[in-house]
Design a binder for this molecule. Structure first.
Ligand code: ATP
Ligand code: MG
Ligand code: FE
Length: 335
């Protein structure tokens, strides 16, 4: 079954053709990162407009790269939530028109379910149940993936997402948007151990997380250094910051594994590209005897193929939608 998949929830327009949820026939992406870098972050209205500009041509490219014609497409999958509402609406409206025009089913896909499903593309043997650590620009959660379309949140951030925190910290260190990857590179120049950063706990909810205090601590350190004219050891701060994020995430996912009895752990989302978090997860999983799946970097960030992967399993579960399907800025992954 060939699915044409659309993703437009943030600043990447992406269209892919995926066969049977596992085989990527094409994966076309147009990133707007350079545009938003001018403003230090995503400008929602500009994102929507850019999606409109490129989505039709990108669809042609995805079909051509896959060696497909429209008639080869069996269904259309699309991110319908969560994300920037205007941005999501562009992909959703376009996907609807394609599905309607071709007379094929329309499959709504939750963006974070898509991030998790990116692992199905990289690891043919991977099947639920497993535990997923989904860490991205707008979401940070530990998810029990009981089955392909049966997911439960075991713990989540109460405020900022891990990626958002990376991006804000990067900004005060003068790094370009999106700051996660440049922060990672900078951190690799230092062994850290210079800055003491806060590690938050949510009272009564040991698997939940908070990143806003960490973000504020980095902002305050940078401003203080500037005010007193003291040089900041930026590589050490980047390293200590990544360690603080990792120390928040990794013990919690291991605790969740212990509590749930799951022995397979999967990382997902843009922040899953982080080298400190990947190394710490590897160490912790080896120690606990858990099997770890770390997606290759190309499947960590937003892409269309991950939507096609999850879309296949949503289709098998009978989750298709009519032309009245709406877009949502927020939506629980378990719905
Ligand atoms: P969401 O998926 O929650 O809707 P999003 O789609 O914007 O948000 P992704 O595309 O999955 O998020 O990931 C982007 C985020 O990943 C950004 O915050 C970016 O800075 C971060 N990121 C990318 N590479 C790294 C890295 N090596 N280390 C840390 N963070 C990273
Ligand atoms: Mg992006
Ligand atoms: Fe994403």
């Amino acid at each position: 079954m060939k699915i044409l998949a659309f993703e437009s929830s943030c600043d990447e327009t992406a269209v892919a053709v995926v066969e049977d949820g596992r085989r990527v026939l094409s994966d076309a992406i147009a990133s707007q990162a350079d545009l938003h870098a001018l403003y230090g972050g995503v400008v929602p209205e500009l994102a929507s407009r850019k999606h409109v500009e490129v989505i039709a041509a990108l669809t042609e490219k995805a079909l051509a790269d896959a060696g497909c014609t429209r008639q080869d497409i069996d269904a259309v999958a699309v991110t319908y939530a969560p994300g920037l509402i205007g941005a999501v609406l562009v992909g959703l409206s376009f996907a609807k028109s394609v599905a309607y025009g071709l007379g094929v089913p329309l499959i709504p896909v939750h963006h974070v379910r898509g991030h998790i499903a990116a692992n199905y593309l990289a690891f043919p043997e991977l099947e639920p149940p497993f535990l997923a650590l989904a860490i991205s620009g707008g979401n940070t959660m530990i998810v029990d993936v009981r089955d392909y379309t049966d997911l439960e949140i075991l713990g989540a951030t109460r405020d900022d997402a891990a990626g958002e925190c990376f991006d804000k910290a990067a900004r005060v260190l003068g790094l370009p948007y999106p700051g996660g990857a440049p922060m990672d590179k900078l951190a690799q120049q230092s062994r850290g151990g210079v800055y003491t950063l806060p590690h938050s706990h949510v009272e009564g909810a040991p698997l939940d997380m908070s990143f806003s205090g960490l973000k504020t601590a980095v902002v305050n350190l940078a401003h203080h250094a500037e005010q007193v004219g003291e040089p900041l050891d930026a590589p050490a701060l980047a390293r200590d910051f990544a360690q603080a994020v990792s120390d928040t995430l990794v013990p919690r996912v291991m605790e969740a594994a212990k509590q749930s009895g799951r022995t397979v752990i999967v990382a997902a989302g843009g922040v899953a590209a982080n080298s400190v978090i990947r190394a710490d997860l590897e160490r912790a999983c080896e120690k606990a005897g858990c099997r770890l799946y770390l997606p290759p970097l190309r499947w960590c960030g937003d892409n269309g193929a991950m939507i096609g992967a999850q879309g296949y399993y949503e289709y098998l579960a009978g989750h298709t939608a009519g032309m009245d399907l709406n877009a949502y800025a927020t939506r629980d992954i378990s719905e």
